[in-house]
Design a protein around this ligand. Sequence first.
Ligand code: FES
Ligand SMILES: [Fe+2]
Length: 350
Amino acid sequence: MSAIPRNQWYVAAYGREISHELFSRTICDEPILFWRTEAGSVTATSDRCVHRRFPLSQAPSRLVGDQVVCGYHGFTYGADGKCVAVPGQTRVPRTARLTSYLVVEQDSFVWVWIGDPALADASRIPRVPYLDAAGWTTVSGREPLAARFSLLVDNLLDLSHETYLHGGYIGTPEVASTPITTEVDDEAGVIYVSRHMDDAECPPFYSRSTGLQGRIARWQDIEYTPPCLYKLHSRIAPVGSVPNPDGTDPDAFHVEVVYAITPETENSTHDFWAVARDFALDDAEVSAFLAENNRTVVLQDVEALDVLEKIIATEPEGYQELSINIDTGGLAARRMLARMAGARDEATTR
Ligand code: FES
Ligand SMILES: [Fe+2]
């Protein structure tokens, strides 16, 4: 059975990727056609013509005003997916309609609902306002991952791997040596994993972007809302500095790292990443440094997970793993995802 939860919202694209042009992306095994209408809203329908399945995103298919004309025999569709013209006859078959998808554009992302539209509730989409709010500067990107999305969830929920896989970039010895706390809010559907390092080496990622010298207080507070949205609230401050009781935190630098983890197929994933900061807002050099460095870190994960996917694919079902305390968040995520996908709960910790 599929491990991909349906009846869920997924990030399909950045808003900036979709213009008044045909754009195709496979989400949860469904080939979807996106484009922006002349009025500016994003539409999403199946990318397969109902006639003979020709992809509507592929030339010579084209957009004429707010209608899509299939490049094979000319079936023509409106923004809602309804067929409005067919060749050789005036009567358009009543059932000639592309599956259409609910779309919400919010916080710089285009979210799409995969599953039964009757179950969709847009108010449940997790928010990341800092990705396009005043007072923040964001760099972002997307990398293709040739691995199942659950491997990326595992990876992001256990950051102790930073010390080893990302040494010299974001990893320092304290990340792996500092214990975590994990909290699961089943009702809200959120998993929290925190690691507060009060006296840690400052990795180049933060020393170069903040200008802080010497040792730092480094807090990592993960908030994962399965299946798609992962936030890492990262606080970097001089050792000994803590936030004020009223929540203000003037001595600290705040970096909001966001991942949208969207299955492309059962064995491939769209790895959307964004890094928002509340300092050096207009400093193009800091932006370029963070963009390049974070992409490098993402690609280190991608390389490792692509290898893991190949290994897992060759092993028999039910291979043995050995989990320890650092895996608590990842195992909680697996349980939540398995419930969402309708599978049995088999994850355990030792
Ligand atoms: S396949 Fe699209 S019109 Fe025939
Ligand atoms: Fe990583």
